[in-house]
Design a protein around this ligand. Structure first.
Ligand SMILES: [Zn+2]
Length: 203
């Protein structure tokens, strides 16, 4: 995670670690370890409301989040803000969620959770300056991007890529062209220039 955020000169340190559970009842030690989907993840909402105004970002590590979700967050302006992260998840997911706390957005190139059978995908256009205006190497060769690199492949390198991908790690310099959470095409906040909060915190 530190390696990823070095790209934008941000450093995170652990302030404290605290085990929490839902009820102060020793017979229910597993409460909040498994987060149910019910009522739009109301359990996660409750859990994230236990701490606020801490001066930092609260990350709630759980055993399982029901469904395919492996981590999520709520808007930084909410008292219920914080991150929930499922066990076994790598630093890329945590880094992605921290990106959200700093104002960055998901970027996608296809529309389905079934990635082998997407409903629609970005076309096969190659990367071009108009789609990466702040991240384009217009200097002398060698070029920064391989000549046959497609935009929809490049998106997978970004830490704000919305799906799990083993190669995602880049924070861009500026906005990058892709799809947003609603699968609308446009320029997405995925990098340094869009870090609205360089010291993210919840209150
Ligand atoms: Zn996301």
């Amino acid at each position: 995670m530190s390696e990823i955020y070095k790209q934008v000169a941000i450093e995170f340190t652990v302030h404290s670690i605290e085990p929490i559970r839902k009820y102060n009842d020793p017979s229910n030690p597993d409460d909040w370890l498994d987060i149910a989907k019910a009522k739009d993840f109301i359990e996660a909402d409750e859990m994230m409301s236990t701490h606020y105004n801490t001066g930092g970002v609260e990350i709630y590590f759980v055993r399982e989040i029901e469904g395919t979700t492996t981590g999520f967050n709520y808007s930084p302006n909410s008292r219920a803000a914080g991150l929930v992260i499922e066990a076994g998840i790598n630093s890329r997911t945590i880094s992605h969620e921290l990106g959200h706390t700093s104002g960055l957005k998901d970027i996608y190139e296809k529309t389905s959770d079934d990635l082998d059978n997407p409903i629609a995908t970005l076309d096969d256009s190659l990367v071009k300056e108009q789609w990466l205006p702040y991240d384009w190497n217009n200097g002398p060769p060698p070029a920064y991007y391989k000549i046959d690199l497609k935009q929809k492949e490049l998106l997978k390198r970004l830490i704000m890529y919305g799906y799990t991908d083993e190669q995602k790690s880049d924070l861009s310099f500026g906005k990058v062209y892709g799809w947003n959470t609603s699968y609308v095409e446009g320029f997405i906040k995925t990098g340094l220039l869009d870090l609205g909060k360089r010291e993210p915190h919840h209150w």
